[in-house]
Design a protein around this ligand. Sequence first.
Ligand code: UDX
Length: 439
Amino acid sequence: MKISVVGCGYLGAVHAASMAELGHDVVGIDVDEPKIAALRDARAPFYEPGFEELLERTLATGRLRFSTDIADAAGAAVHFVCVGTPQKRGEYAADLRYVEAAAESLLQVLQPGELVVGKSTVPVGTAARLAELVSEKAPGALLAWNPEFLREGFAVQDTLHPDRLVYGLPTGPDGATAEAMLDEVYAPIVARATPKVVTDYATAEMVKTAANSFLATKISFINAMAELCEATGADVKQLADAIGYDDRIGRKFLNAGLGFGGGCLPKDIRAFMARAGELGADQALTFLREVDNINMRRRIRMVELAREVCDGSLLGKRVAVLGAAFKPDSDDIRDSPALNVAAQLQLQGAVVRVTDPAAVENSRRLWPQLDYADSPEEAAERADAVLVLTEWRAYRELDPVVFGQIVKQKRVLDGRNALDREAWTAAGWTYRALGRRAG
Ligand code: UDX
């Protein structure tokens, strides 16, 4: 099948290469020339395990191309829209300008019988509006909404082996036509009996925001329990283990710590609240405001904890921050809790040195006022406190005995409950974590 993918950011680039891996003839389109140049050279414009290998493999087959010219999308049977929907500046709502621009540009090439497939996370109602535009400006072409659930760090795996497929389709015979086309696109995935939910546009759009809202709620729930554990002397990690044994609850996404960041969960719950307000249903989602508040409070608590261990004042204290990415195996620093904490520490007078295995370059661009180090050892030299804020494997595996020789004071703050408390305390460290007793 001939496929075009408009938008070659995280979602689009991985989707384009994955569709080529499934055997399709794919062109990825983006207005960002350096990004397209990198992708053509099989260089990933972002850190994602396994992606560069996939890119190299699929480019070598000749089935994958990249272009900055929308005219190259002409003739594709299916056109995926994979552009970003960031949060509007100063507002909760999603900024749809890239989705609109992608739709407008596709209208230049769209022919009867072709299918536009939206994958971006959009406010409910967007697909119906775009479908109207398509039927008006490109009669005979169809639109479907097919949300994507990939996680950074597992993007290739999640795209090629999704937990489920969700198709939001037009009504009537057009729906059956669009479904058949999507089944052809995803043939090997469909053949594995991957669960498939065939529905209307609004439900498909909502599945994505509802899923992300649920995940965010689960994280904030355990972080609210962490606040109570701090107040009572209980242990949130054991609490999570114990409630997680109940199948109905499950242990996944119950890791208490600094909370969620990244380019999806924070902005998606806010856009969902904004859309609910527009629809006159804001009461249904007021709990998400609390989810957001709990999440942001964790960052403040982390800074307080750092001040506490530094004898009540951060002024002039050398603090090593291990981790800048919003989560491990990513160089994404959008709404990163780690960088947010680092910046607050600096504002309170600490001398902060940040390190990260993949995200230093991005961090330097966005937060030039922070100081960066190339390794945890360099960051921690003569430090008064070490904060582990992103749980990279390299940090989880640090040897507390060896590491203890670098610092001035053996004080470690485990912002992700990722370290072996017993090993660190045995090596003479003062260990503090969110939602756990001091060790
Ligand atoms: C998320 C969704 O998981 C994915 O399905 C959707 O398509 C996009 O948004 P992603 O943003 O890549 O994916 O990261 P995810 O692994 O969900 O983690 C989000 C944030 O929550 C990270 O900052 C992570 O550190 C934090 N988190 C996750 C916790 O604090 N505790 C947990 O138990 C799990």
